[in-house]
Design a protein around this ligand. Structure first.
Ligand code: TRP
Length: 445
């Protein structure tokens, strides 16, 4: 096979920006906030932090190790270390990327529309009714297509000239926006009630299986784990990169932005007396409550609203490119397609599948639950078993570029015992819960 030499990131910061860009997205801002509201505040946040550190971090390092070590996209990378029978797992990863991007882009389309409206015509007078109109149907589909177009344009540019170039600008911008809005929120009268809601643990809730499963699923989704996205990005790394270090940076930045997102969302909502709008929150609550809050702020609200939705668009875009890159790199390496062909064919297929989520919020919700609570957790379980038990000497691979780092010697033991045990336990509960939830959504309850 006469392939050109594999592309490499131009700089270490380029890789970190792209990987943090993948991790930080709608998951940190929209999904984290609505789940925190739905699952009762700080107890959920604490569990999510625990899963990020104890389960997410080892699996992150596992993905980076397979990716850099093989220098291949997921299907071939798994075959490289595990033989042909592990190709099926890589195939599952690619399918999961396909599925997630199809609905992720619909939500991103809402944010694109809100940002555009805040800029050009102002925020909607009646956010509840507005959200009902724009979240489903043909309009939702059009904005989904627009967002897919942006994503495809960047991925078509390639790893350094597309993904890296966008990420090194987008990530600092996102960070400044989120910090700025959180600081502004702190100046609002009545912000304290929001902090109290966000940061006080409701311990009765903490030990319900439902909260536990949601926290685990959220940790995987937010870190972009369980479907080979980090693996794919790591396959473009130079051999001297320090994998334990990079894992730690990516996971900290990801949790940091989620935490900051809570510090912007909850004070704003509580200061403007809208707490009832998010209690027992659902998928769409933030898209209704926040615009209401921005309107109630008066003149400055339009600016804050614009910046907020801009941050969401930027975060969503750098995440979406990583999802598409998984699918595209698999087609380029496995089918020997050109990058352009892979972007167009796969991008269009994903766009079409997105029509289902644009048509119905319930379908979107069903896809999100299947992807997170089953595929990503299952993928993470398989990955930890793979690196813990199947792969030959992963420690030697990690040690390259990271000699002198000691903590990762515990890492393989974590992957062998702790991570699979936790994930089996979580899956044992998440599969029936998810199936029951899907049944409910399906029947329209
Ligand atoms: N992590 C992103 C977010 O929080 C979403 C995402 C991007 C993702 N790539 C992924 C989720 C791969 C799972 C797997 O918004």
């Amino acid at each position: 096979m006469a392939t050109a030499a594999r592309e490499h990131w131009n700089s270490r910061f380029g890789f970190v920006a792209a990987a943090v860009g993948s991790a930080v997205g709608l998951g940190n801002m929209w999904r984290f906030s609505y789940l925190t509201a739905e699952k009762g505040g700080a107890a959920f946040v604490g569990l999510y932090l625990l899963f990020t550190a104890a389960v997410g971090l080892p699996v992150m390092l596992a993905e980076l190790t397979i990716g850099r070590g093989s220098g291949k996209s997921p299907i071939l990378a798994l075959a490289h270390y595990g033989g042909a029978r592990w190709k099926a797992l890589g195939g599952l990863f690619v399918a999961t990327g396909f599925l997630i991007l199809s609905y992720y882009s619909v939500i991103a389309g809402w944010t694109l529309r809100y940002a555009g409206e805040a800029l050009i015509i102002g925020l909607p007078a009646d956010p509840g009714a507005h959200f009902g109109e724009i979240s489903q149907g043909f309009g939702a589909f059009l904005f989904h297509l627009a967002f897919m177009g942006l994503t495809m344009g960047i991925v078509a540019g390639g790893v350094t000239k597309g993904i890296e170039r966008v990420s090194v600008v987008a990530m600092p911008l996102l960070f400044v926006l989120v910090c700025g809005i959180a600081l502004y929120a702190a100046t609002l009268d009545g912000a304290g009630a929001g902090y109290a809601y966000y940061l006080n643990a409701d311990l009765d809730n903490a030990f319900s299986m439902d909260v536990l499963v949601a926290a685990a699923g959220q940790a995987f989704f937010s870190l972009s784990l369980g479907m080979g996205a980090m693996l794919t990005f790591a396959s473009y790394l130079q051999r001297d990169s320090n994998l334990p270090n990079e894992s730690l940076i990516i996971a900290s930045a990801d949790f940091g932005v989620a935490f900051l997102a809570g510090l912007m969302v909850f004070p704003i909502i509580f200061a403007l007396g809208l707490s009832a709008d998010i209690s027992g929150s659902t998928l769409g609550a933030l898209f209704v409550a926040l615009p209401k809050a921005f309107i109630n702020m008066g003149g400055i609200g339009r600016l804050i609203g614009l910046l907020f939705f801009l941050a969401l668009v930027v975060g969503a875009l750098t995440s979406a490119i990583s999802l598409l890159e998984v699918v595209v790199s698999a087609a380029v390496d496995g089918l020997e397609w050109t990058r352009e062909k892979a972007v167009i064919v796969m991008g269009l297929m994903i766009s079409m599948l997105g029509a289902a989520s644009a048509w119905s919020l319930n379908i979107l919700d069903v896809m999100d639950q299947i992807a997170n609570n089953i595929f990503l957790l299952g993928g993470g379980l398989a990955l930890s078993i793979f690196v813990g038990w199947v792969m030959d000497d992963p420690l030697a691979e990690v040690a390259e570029g990271a000699s002198g780092v000691r903590w990762f010697f515990a890492w393989r033991q974590l992957l062998r015992w702790v991570v699979p045990a936790v994930l089996v336990f979580v899956l044992y509960h998440s599969v029936p819960t998810t199936v029951a939830n899907i049944g409910m959504l399906w029947r329209g309850e």
